[in-house]
Design a binder for this molecule. Structure first.
Ligand code: 5RP
Length: 232
């Protein structure tokens, strides 16, 4: 178990531990990406060491796959298990309808595939992630085919966004799927996530957006007073 070094990390750890309690014997479990999801993965590994048996876990990123493998979590894939019993992941922003911005970790495409393959999608977070309207704290990440970088950037800018190619050091950040990420800031926030998502998806070469709309059934927020649960 990693040591919690600041209050926010302690809250993430609380949420991750609470989510691990939702995993039941024999389940196929989807593992999210990011620091909060990592706390969940560690808590799940602890439960497995204590005797919980799961059918297998599917990771949403190479980083999570490596973490889970190192912790001895049995891993599987969507070919073997196309339906997950539960998917647990973090988020960058969560609005009152439980719509999310995800993708600060760059894993949004696989995360959305797992979320859409799960019978139940549970978000783990700390209170800083809860917002009244999406888009004010984090830019919206979208994954794009590198060949189409410039035309896609222009089309998203025409929707009113400031568009920035994500970098890892001096080079563009490359996703696990060998694509680029564009971080799109909408200065007025995102008033209609569904409409924006539809307009973005109409852009050819744009693979996926970090808008997760009507996907999360439950949000577990760890905070100074313990854990709070929000339901759809
Ligand atoms: O969407 C994600 C990765 O693509 C993460 O779930 C999101 O960025 C939250 O990360 P953290 O738990 O580290 O705050």
């Amino acid at each position: 178990m990693s040591s919690a070094t600041n209050p926010q990390d302690t809250w993430k750890q609380l949420a991750g531990a609470a989510a691990a309690e939702l995993v039941e014997e024999g389940m196929v479990v989807g593992l999210g990406t990011g620091s909060t999801a990592s706390h969940f993965v560690q808590a799940l590994a602890q439960r497995i060491q204590q005797g919980l048996h799961i059918t297998g876990a599917v990771a949403s990123s190479q980083a999570t796959y490596t973490l889970a493998a190192d912790l001895g979590i049995p891993l599987t894939d969507l070919d073997t298990h196309p339906e997950l019993d539960i998917y647990i992941d973090g988020a960058d922003e969560i609005d009152p309808q439980l719509c999310l911005i995800k993708g600060a970790g760059g894993a949004l495409l696989r995360e959305k595939i797992l979320a859409s393959s799960a019978r139940r999608f549970v978000v783990v977070a700390d209170p800083t992630k809860r917002v009244e309207q999406l888009g004010h704290h984090y830019p919206l990440p979208v994954e794009v085919i590198p060949l189409a970088l410039t035309p896609i950037s222009r089309k998203i800018a025409n929707l009113g966004a400031q568009v920035k190619l994500r970098h890892a050091g001096a080079a563009p950040f490359i996703t696990d799927n060998h694509n680029f990420i564009l971080d799109c800031t909408f200065p007025q926030g995102i008033s209609d996530p569904g409409a924006l998502n539809a307009r973005l998806h109409a852009i050819v070469g744009l693979v996926e957006t970090g808008l997760f709309i009507d996907m999360a059934q439950q949000v577990i927020v760890g905070g100074p007073d313990g854990v709070q649960v929000f339901q759809q």
